[in-house]
Design a protein around this ligand. Structure first.
Ligand code: FAD
Length: 461
């Protein structure tokens, strides 16, 4: 396997252009500059070609071509990879964003969604039937990267990770085969796809189990940033019914109308709830929020489930500059709380929130070896990021996040969630998979021995 991609000259490029039904773009073509953009503006790459696939046929043709020509290959779903794995220099980008079909089976309570769907697409389609499953908390995130990495969201305590709700996946492997993967069929791949990321091929469609979730009690409540509020949040999670999702957010006050102006841009913490239990218990949940600390702003009410996954959207449009670190922890140790308070106070921008996802409840009821996602004993997964409007500002704050992550390390587990790691965390891949790493390597060796799918948190064959 060469490490440097060969040039894609005219005649070769024509072969691929003719082999696909979707759009094919090269440098100089109209639309090329738009097509090469990914969500995280830190990754400004110039692929030799971008294929905007429209069906599994396009995916198979592109995978075969990339393998035969030994081209560096980036697979892109929602393009939210903070590591920028949805693009590359000189190689081929296989963009699934035009593959967005969804079919809900309300009787079976399942939905089949094509590999380029976002969570906005998915939630919209399933909400029409009063059904939902765990997905990302920002609606523009892709189902592809999120599900294959594990997938945390507001329903995780109740319904498990997104990958725990996977019933089957149609996969194009490195040799161009099209394989349906379930618990019974291609079971090794089905196991690996649930947490192992994009290492094993391109998922052209995912089939998910759905749960009856229609309207929920949701929204943020903000408190002054202090250790007591965070300790009470910890108790809230430990004591609450799994139907309560509650993200902890530590950062600077956003300029929201329900937050007094004097708090805009000042350090605070917020609890973003999603209560999917009975409406009769709403008052109990509200009372728990009141007990966490002096409320400085609150916007909690009944809303359709998809809405709770759009509350960060405006704050986090595509085109900002991100650099992320992630941690897992058992409980929220006091030392971690001290770090959240200390580093939260110097958060570099309003967009740079530290987000703590509770992943106990249903996530713990899956055995650590049952899927590739190994950290079934972690209670919380945290994403830390300086997110800024220029590259220079983001780079200037990388040290802040590295120091923050270092301060959390003594209070964290060894590995972290692959989807919250950046491109310079490749040396942590083994610990992120713990006891499952060797089995992942064996499966990788069998299905992708030349490591065609290596733009990811790579499980080297
Ligand atoms: P892409 O950049 O398109 O892909 C990411 C990786 O997945 C690549 O390696 C790609 O090859 C692979 N991939 C994508 N689609 C497929 C497919 N169909 N088949 C095979 N491989 C595929 N994570 C959570 O768990 N919960 C959250 O709530 C959450 N919120 C986020 C919010 C923001 C603003 C951002 C930037 C990230 C968030 N994440 C969250 C992390 C997110 O899970 C990862 O960034 C994930 O990789 C995004 O998936 P994508 O399809 O959008 O990304």
């Amino acid at each position: 396997m060469s490490t440097h991609a060969p040039a894609l000259d005219g005649a070769l490029a024509e072969q691929l252009r003719e082999a696909v039904h979707g759009d094919f773009m090269q440098p100089g073509d109209p639309g090329y500059d738009e097509s090469r953009k990914v969500y995280n503006a830190m990754h400004d790459k110039r692929p030799a070609a971008v294929v905007q696939a429209v069906d599994a046929g396009d995916v198979i043709a592109t995978v075969n071509f990339a393998r035969e020509q030994d081209l560096l290959t980036a697979v892109r779903g929602g393009s939210h990879s903070v590591s920028g794995y949805g693009t590359c220099d000189d190689g081929v980008v296989l963009d699934l964003a035009r593959m967005r079909g969804i079919r809900v089976d309300p009787d079976a309570r399942t939905a089949r969604a094509e590999g380029g769907c976002t969570w906005a697409d998915f939630n919209h389609a399933t909400h029409a039937f009063g059904l939902a499953t765990t997905g990302g908390v920002v609606s523009s995130t892709g189902i592809g990267g999120l599900t294959t990495g594990g997938g945390m969201g507001h329903l995780a305590r109740r319904c498990g990770l997104a990958c725990d709700n996977l019933v089957s996946a149609d996969l194009v492997t490195a040799d161009g085969s099209f394989l349906t993967c379930t618990e019974d069929k291609n079971a090794d791949l089905f196991w690996a796809l649930r947490g192992g990321g994009g290492n094993f091929g391109v998922v052209t469609s995912f089939e998910y189990r759905l749960h009856p979730v229609a309207d929920i009690l949701g929204g943020p409540t903000f408190y002054p940033l202090d250790g007591d509020a965070l300790r009470r949040y910890r108790d809230l999670i430990a004591e609450s019914d799994d139907r309560l999702g509650a993200l902890l957010v530590v950062g600077l006050g956003p300029p929201l109308p329900f937050l007094p102006e004097r708090w805009h841009g000042r350090p605070l913490c917020g609890v973003l709830i999603c209560w999917s239990g009975p409406e009769e218990q709403d008052d109990e949940i509200r009372a728990r929020l009141t007990g966490l600390g002096p409320i400085i702003g609150q916007h909690v009410g009944r809303m359709p489930y998809p809405v709770i996954n759009t509350l960060f959207d405006e704050l986090l449009p595509a085109g900002l500059f991100h650099y992320w670190k992630g941690t897992f922890s058992e409980g929220l140790p006091d030392g971690a709380i001290d770090a959240y308070v200390e580093y939260g106070a110097t958060t570099p921008s309003i967009q740079s929130a530290t987000v703590v996802f509770p992943i106990d409840g249903a996530c713990h009821r899956v055995a650590p070896e049952a899927t590739a996602f190994a950290y079934r004993d972690a209670d919380f997964a945290t994403a830390l990021s300086p997110t800024l409007t220029t590259r220079a500002e983001c780079e200037a704050n990388m040290d802040w996040v590295r120091r923050f992550a270092a301060a959390l390390r003594p209070h964290s587990m060894e590995g972290a969630y692959v989807n919250f790691m950046d491109h310079d965390d490749q040396d942590r891949v083994r610990t992120n998979y713990r006891q499952n790493y060797d089995r992942l390597t064996t499966i990788k060796r069998r299905y992708d021995p030349a490591n065609l799918f290596r733009l990811n948190h790579n499980i080297a064959p």
